[in-house]
Design a protein around this ligand. Structure first.
Ligand SMILES: Nc1ncnc2c1ncn2[C@@H]1O[C@H](COP(=O)(O)OP(=O)(O)OP(=O)(O)O)[C@@H](O)[C@H]1O
Ligand SMILES: Nc1ncnc2c1ncn2[C@@H]1O[C@H](COP(=O)(O)OP(=O)(O)OP(=O)(O)O)[C@@H](O)[C@H]1O
Length: 555
């Protein structure tokens, strides 16, 4: 269905090809998963499969790509629209209408389908993607995850034979991701849909894949059955890392298979009570209606305190009467369904979003961040938003890094060094617009980390980041809190939260419904438990590092 013949892609100004000598055939009815480190060329491969490379991105494509027998050199994307549906990394950029229902119908209108057919198909995707509560909403008002689901629904409504999806679950909560992936798998199995899908959170998708395409750092690819390919892959989900630690062969890729293999390991761990390191014993959420108590003298300095915060967007009450307190040294993760109010709360804490009620105080003098001068505000509380590119405005990576150093009063090279640690080498003369998703996020994170604000707020900070980059980010955040800062992050990435948060608070419909140590909240949750906790339950371990440490103790 999709064929790459000896394909090499070179971008203008690129020092090396982004893809090199790729030969690949994806058969009809196959779900093919594209994996690889940050910036390794996954999006380039996907864009080549639907003709966007080189027709829209520029650059040079040598070799040939055919989709359903059509050569992309002679068939630009508009000539492929009847067979290929595409959702790229920023679904909102692809929206062409104003409301959810219009967007679901738009692709079909372009194909000239009869109104009765369109009507029926809109109902089908509303059910398939769980969009009934959103169908009359304006697109501009949707949360990140809501947008992602609408974008996937809109391409499915046109009944493509091939679906190209770039990180389709990156903004989805774990339950929504599972629903969307099962729906896609049904279409693959029952209707022969062909799916080419790139994803960093392999723990979410690998069990659905028929085949994996693994990109190397030099643009070359290997492909084959998922388990043998992942056995020595540099990018591997926790289940594979655990399998490697336990010496399982062949590697199980689903939690169910791993649980079957893990009985001896559970027994070994079960010989004494095992829990991971105790982190985050200090509550962050202040129960509703209770005045926040004055911190006692041994409590670390409170850096941010919110009391009774309420955020409304028109008729939507996104955050309701939320109180929380974040102290120096603390990393608090906000989790919850798509649309639960996490981004709205983060913007309210930073001061940019209008609060309809409540108070936010930062720093020793308890100043409201919304009233501080920009420079002082940035020193006390900084936010990396869900769409981080909005903070980038200079023409090169080097210029952004230099501005970051200047703003932070940090020695020259500080921001660039942080960026290099997070995502590996990034060409300094590249335009930020031309970076891969993970490289661009890495750049914004580096600028904000270099500035060392007292409180760092991060909205979904792992999109586009591979496992190594996430470990570096975890270490950078740990260094930030060890130096007396605090971090509040919102994330659907349960594995990342398990690695780095000491406290987790769950939001539902704008209110806190749970607050506890990462272990208390994650281990017990059917939705938010990381892979290791699911496989080794009842041992209360969250990460592969926790398991290694527990085994060392039991040895
Ligand atoms: N339009 C462009 N012009 C120049 N270089 C580009 C362009 N798009 C991507 N690149 C470069 O090509 C390389 C591969 O980028 P690509 O976006 O395909 O990676 P990726 O594997 O999808 O990354 P991520 O995991 O961060 O999404 C990167 O080094 C990137 O900087
Ligand atoms: N500008 C807006 N106008 C109207 N409603 C909005 C606006 N922004 C957000 N909302 C709604 O407020 C609610 C909370 O949105 P928010 O973006 O805070 O959720 P979230 O928990 O961050 O979601 P996600 O996990 O999908 O990013 C959602 O129902 C969303 O549709």
């Amino acid at each position: 269905m999709i064929r790459f013949t000896d394909v090499t892609v070179t971008y203008p100004g690129g020092r090396a090809p982004a893809l090199r000598d790729v030969d690949l055939e994806v058969g009809e009815g196959e779900l093919c998963l594209v994996v690889g480190p940050t910036g390794s060329g996954k999006s380039t491969l996907l864009r080549a499969a639907c003709g966007l490379v080189p027709h829209f991105t520029g650059g040079l494509l040598a070799g040939a790509v055919t989709v359903a027998g059509r050569d992309t050199r002679t068939h630009p994307p508009r000539d492929l629209a009847d067979v290929v549906g595409v959702v790229l990394q920023h679904p909102a950029d692809g929206f062409v209408t104003d409301s959810v229902e219009e967007e679901l119908a738009y692709g079909m209108e372009q194909l000239g389908l009869a109104p009765a057919v369109m009507r029926k198909r809109v109902e089908e995707v509303v059910d398939l993607m769980g969009l009934s509560a959103l169908r009359h909403r304006p697109l501009g008002d949707l949360s990140g995850g809501e947008q992602q689901r609408v974008a996937i629904g809109a391409v499915l409504a046109a009944h493509p034979r091939v679906l190209v999806l770039d990180e389709p679950t990156s903004a989805l909560d774990p339950a929504a991701a599972e629903e969307v992936l099962s729906a896609l798998t049904r279409l693959v199995h029952d209707l022969g849909l062909t799916v080419l899908l790139a994803e960093h959170r392999l723990e979410r998708v690998v069990q659905y894949a028929d085949r994996v395409v693994l990109l190397g750092p030099d643009g070359t690819v290997r492909h084959g059955d998922p388990a043998p390919l992942l056995a020595d892959s540099p990018v591997a989900p926790p289940i594979v890392e655990l399998g490697r630690l336990a010496g399982w062969s062949p590697l199980p890729l689903s939690v169910r298979d791993a649980r079957r293999r893990a009985a001896p390991l559970r027994e070994r761990l079960g010989s004494r009570p095992v829990t991971g390191p105790a982190r985050g014993t200090r509550p962050a959420v202040v129960p509703s209606g209770r005045a926040t108590a004055a911190p006692d003298p041994i409590t670390p300095r409170v850096l941010l305190e919110a009391t009774g915060v309420h955020v409304r967007h028109g008729r939507v009450h996104a955050v309701r009467d939320v109180s929380l307190r974040v102290a120096a040294g603390q990393t608090l993760a906000l989790m919850g369904r798509n649309g639960a109010g996490k981004s709205s709360l983060l913007w309210a804490l930073q001061g940019a979003a209008p609060r309809s009620a409540g108070r936010v105080a930062v720093g020793a003098d308890g100043a409201d961040p919304a009233r501080l001068a920009p420079r002082e505000q940035r020193r006390r509380v900084a936010l990396v938003p869900q769409e981080p590119q909005v903070l980038l405005y200079l023409p090169t990576v080097a210029a952004e890094c230099a501005a970051g150093d200047r703003q932070a009063g940090a020695p020259a090279g500080t921001t660039a060094a942080l960026l290099g640690r997070l995502t590996g080498p990034v060409p300094p003369d590249a335009h930020p617009r031309d970076l891969s998703e993970g490289q661009r996020l890495g750049l914004v994170l580096a600028v904000q980390l270099a500035a060392r604000p007292e409180v760092l707020l991060l909205d979904e900070p792992t999109r586009g980041l591979d496992y190594a980059a996430k470990r570096h980010l975890r270490d950078a955040l740990a260094a930030h809190t060890a130096a007396g800062g605090a971090v509040v992050l919102s994330s659907h990435d349960v594995e990342f939260v398990a690695e780095c948060a000491d406290r987790v608070a769950l939001l539902a419909e704008g209110e806190f419904v749970a607050d506890g140590t990462a272990r208390e909240v994650l281990v017990a949750s059917p939705t938010f438990a990381p892979q290791v906790a699911r496989i080794l339950h009842p041992a209360e371990l969250l990460t592969v590092a926790d398991v290694a440490a527990a085994l060392a103790v039991t040895a």
